[in-house]
Ligand binder design. Structure first.
Ligand SMILES: Cc1ncc(COP(=O)(O)O)c(C=O)c1O
Length: 385
């Protein structure tokens, strides 16, 4: 099976992890600090805090906004459930925004209309989580302008977008947000096995987010409530979890990060090749020329014809051993959400996209010959209609 995405592990990665296995540090140590420093540099952010997944990073990020009952948080309907789940875990209320049918990201006009209505009904969000779907940045400047007008904070879920840029600045620089979260799951842009991080430019946020993933414990002397100079001393100042990244993951991350530019470039070359060779009836999301898309995913849409069924194309390609996948089921469709306030929820563009979408295989070692076969298989499928 050729998967829709997979990790790229080479000898350097194996050597990096093996060296760490032979060292004195397996939990938090020099590799974690080094990985955080390089990530910050790459993203042009002041701070970076690593986590054992993007989900735990999102949980810590949301918690740092002091979300609780009575707070509203909005996000895109077209995302992985974790983006919304962490909001509920913080005790706040989640609501979903429809997507732009061309970019598949939050539609800024729809957002503005919803904000106008929420302003009248007194239900404005405290926080908006933007999702850079497939690695293409949202229109962050316009969203930021709206955040100033309506008084909400912005968190970027950039799980798909390490190595992507917005208006020539790396995603993660937090120019238009309080924080950005990345995922290092094996299918993502780089991997640490499981892992994630938060980038931010605020020292206050950095402390809160770091503490949340480390039992609420600080070892920074200048933050102690009691003057204490003994090396063994530490303080728990809030409640938190053990969400820390370990040294093995961090050493893999450092090695992987050195290949990020290559990964992004290769994914872009392969995406361009798909754009050229796919049958003309296939609809491809719009990409902004001023941005670099990281192409975590290569989603396509079937034309909107009643007899043309995405699931038939899915089965056709799976039979030929192409591991195509659907990204995403609109989050409000999941039984958990249907049973918790979203029973008759329906967003037009998210629904239209969901019923016609399919992610084709895309990862750096994918061969152009495989892409040709995928394209020919789609062509032969379309001929039967
Ligand atoms: C948009 C988005 N957010 C969050 C996550 C959660 O990432 P992780 O698996 O690292 O917890 C994912 C993972 O697929 C994702 O795609």
């Amino acid at each position: 099976m050729i998967p829709y995405s997979t990790q790229e592990i080479d000898q350097d990665d194996i050597d990096a992890v093996t060296d760490t296995l032979k060292s004195n540090w397996l939990t938090q140590g020099p590799k974690v600090s080094q990985f955080e420093k390089i990530l910050s540099k790459n993203c042009e952010s002041k701070y970076c805090i690593t986590f054992n997944s993007a989900t735990s990073a999102l949980h810590a990020a949301c918690s740092s906004f002091d979300l609780g009952p009575g707070d509203n948080v909005w996000t895109s309907a077209n995302t992985f459930a974790a983006t919304a789940n962490v909001v509920l875990l913080c005790g706040a209320k989640i609501d979903f925004l429809d997507i732009d049918p061309e970019t598949l990201n939050i539609d800024v006009n729809i957002l503005e209309d919803k904000l106008k209505n929420a302003s009248i009904s007194g239900t404005l969000p405290k926080l908006l989580i933007t999702v850079h779907f497939s690695g293409e940045s949202c229109d962050m400047k316009s969203i930021h302008d709206l955040s100033l007008k309506y008084g909400f904070k912005i968190l970027e879920d950039a799980s798909h977008a390490l190595g992507a840029t917005y208006n020539s600045k790396p995603i993660g620089s937090c120019e238009f947000s309080s924080m950005t979260v990345f995922s290092f799951h094996p299918v993502k842009m780089i991997t640490t096995g499981e892992g994630g991080c938060v980038t931010t430019n605020s020292k206050i946020i950095e402390e809160k987010v770091r503490d949340f993933g480390r039992h609420g414990i600080t070892k920074e002397k200048e933050r102690f409530s009691v003057i204490q100079n003994l090396d063994w001393y530490y303080e728990q100042q809030s409640l938190g979890y053990n969400y820390r990244m370990n040294e093995l993951s961090a050493s893999l991350g450092i090695s992987q990060l050195s290949k990020l530019n290559y990964f992004v470039k290769t994914r872009n070359d392969l995406a361009e090749n798909y754009n050229k060779i796919l049958p003309k009836q296939i609809i491809i999301p719009k990409r902004n020329n001023f941005n670099t898309c990281s192409y975590h995913l290569y989603p396509i849409l079937l034309p909107d014809k009643p007899n043309l069924k995405r699931d038939n194309l899915f089965l056709h390609l799976r039979k030929l051993n192409f591991g195509v996948q659907v990204h995403y089921i609109p989050v409000y469709h999941h039984p958990y959400y249907r049973n918790n306030g979203f029973k008759d929820y329906f967003l037009n563009n998210a629904e239209s996209y969901f019923k016609r979408c399919l992610s084709l295989p895309l990862f750096p070692s994918l061969k152009k010959g495989d892409q040709k076969q995928v394209s020919s298989a789609i062509e032969s499928f379309l001929k039967t209609y």
